[in-house]
Design a binder for this molecule. Structure first.
Ligand code: PGA
Ligand code: ZN
Length: 436
């Protein structure tokens, strides 16, 4: 056993959107310590664990987290003193029991996650090993394919695009470093394509562009153009992944294309829409939240229809919740899960989802949130679990690139014991990816 937990301190800091979030610093008796900064979403799933906000409108429009800070220092700290930080499961179970609610609403999932992650980091520090090795000590590691959100609509942008994210995915590169280079070059080429067309090139919350495009089809065209202009082949070197975040379109049982003025579609019509898109754009390797979190029947039909053609990632529909995910697996929902630590609130439950995915033939994508800080936990988590995919925003903005830079560091450190996932991340249909 390592030295026990000695101190758990918390601080209200700002995230990348300028909203308050919580930082937790956990120190062991040896003096080793770990710091975690908790992310925050904007297009959140309805069943996510509760992010505790003060609701005091005289501070930060009610978004302060002083109660979460107080919960860490006054309730969680005394309960954890002396515990083994390396025994993540016991620690997380203690946190869950202490909170006592099914959705971590009393102490706050933000407070709990901060402690859970800070404990892992403190344990790694005491062992003097990198966080990924603390999570999983392996001989060989898989470096993830990055999905980089470069064009935005809906709640991440003010334009005429109904889909939240268009991502470039450098599947054809031999290493993570080369993959990141291809992505960055494509990002800059996209910037000049947009500029030449007179579009705005300011970036949104995740560092992607949010120009006033006329349609989602136009977004696909511009991406094709940008990839080619950067000297790559779309569908060969660079695949395209989508996260339309369809829960945001769902109103009274229908999908409403508010921004583009494209009317409304039933669940069946949405499935036809996606089937058509997947056919028209063979470079699409992954579709996240193609339907809404409350449309489980639709999800079943979507999975039957397209599950062998494209990766169907459940984000809002599973909210990284092992129980909900298990039900989804039983009912044939999706073939992949998005992994966001703060949707569930502990490292242990997050790892449980990844394990469930593995045992049931689902893929998993480790993900950031649209509100982030300079915390790199997800980079280490993606490598430790070998899921082969990470979603961390565009190759621009400090809180996004810090994750990618951490992966560069890990790749260098691992040398020959690191392999870049590349095309194998999408093995089921990799052979179908063809150039236009
Ligand atoms: P969020 O969105 O972090 O704003 O919830 C990201 C996503 O939908 O994947
Ligand atoms: Zn999503």
């Amino acid at each position: 056993m390592m030295s026990g937990i000695n101190k758990v301190a918390a601080l209200e800091i700002l995230d990348s959107r300028g909203n308050p979030t919580i930082q937790v610093s956990l120190t062991l008796e040896s003096g080793a310590h770990g710091v975690a900064k908790v992310p925050s979403g904007a297009s959140t799933g309805r069943r996510e664990a509760i992010e505790l906000r003060d609701g005091d409108s005289s501070r930060y429009q009610g978004k302060g987290v002083l109660n979460a800070v107080k919960n860490v220092e006054q309730e969680i700290q005394p309960a954890l003193v002396g515990m083994d930080a390396a025994d993540q499961q016991t620690l997380d179970e203690k946190l869950i029991a202490l909170d006592g609610t099914p959705n971590k609403g009393r102490l706050g999932a933000n407070a709990i996650l901060g402690v859970s992650v800070a404990a892992a980091k403190a344990a790694a520090a005491e062992k003097e090993i990198p966080l990924y090795r603390h999570f999983a000590d392996r001989k060989n590691y898989l470096l993830p394919v990055p999905m980089l959100n470069v064009l935005n609509g809906v709640s991440h942008a003010d334009n005429n695009v109904d889909f939240q994210e268009f991502m470039i995915v450098p599947v054809g590169a031999p290493t993570f470093a080369e993959a990141l280079r291809a992505a960055s070059e494509t990002f800059h080429s996209l910037k000049s394509v947009l500029k030449n067309k007179g579009y705005d090139t300011g970036v949104g919350d995740e560092g992607g562009f949010a120009p006033r495009l006329h349609s989602a089809e136009e977004a696909m065209e511009l991406l094709d153009h940008a990839v080619a202009k950067a000297g790559y082949k779309v569908g060969v070197d660079i695949a395209i992944n989508l996260d339309p975040a369809a829960s945001e379109l769902y109103e009274n049982g229908a999908y409403v294309f508010n921004k583009s003025g494209g009317g409304s579609k039933s669940s069946e019509e949405m499935i036809e829409f996606w089937a058509d898109w997947i056919k028209r754009y063979p470079e699409i390797s992954s579709l996240e939240d193609g339907l809404a979190e409350d449309d489980w029947t639709g999800w079943q039909a979507l999975t039957k229809r397209l599950g062998d053609k494209v990766q169907l990632v459940g984000d809002d529909v599973f909210v990284t919740n092992p129980e909900i995910f298990q039900k989804g697996i039983r009912e044939g929902i999706a073939n992949s899960i998005l992994i966001k630590l703060n949707q569930i609130g502990t490292v242990t439950e997050t790892l449980r989802c990844i394990e469930l995915a593995r045992t049931h033939g689902y893929s998993a994508v480790v993900s950031h949130r649209s509100g982030e800080a300079d915390d790199t936990t997800i980079a280490d988590l993606s490598v430790a679990t070998g899921v082969g995919q990470i979603k961390a925003g565009s190759p621009c903005r400090g809180e996004r690139v810090v994750k990618y830079n951490r992966l560069l560091e890990i790749e260098r450190e691992l040398g020959n014991s690191a392999k870049y996932a590349g095309r194998t991340a999408y093995a089921k249909w990799a052979t179908e990816l063809t150039a236009h």
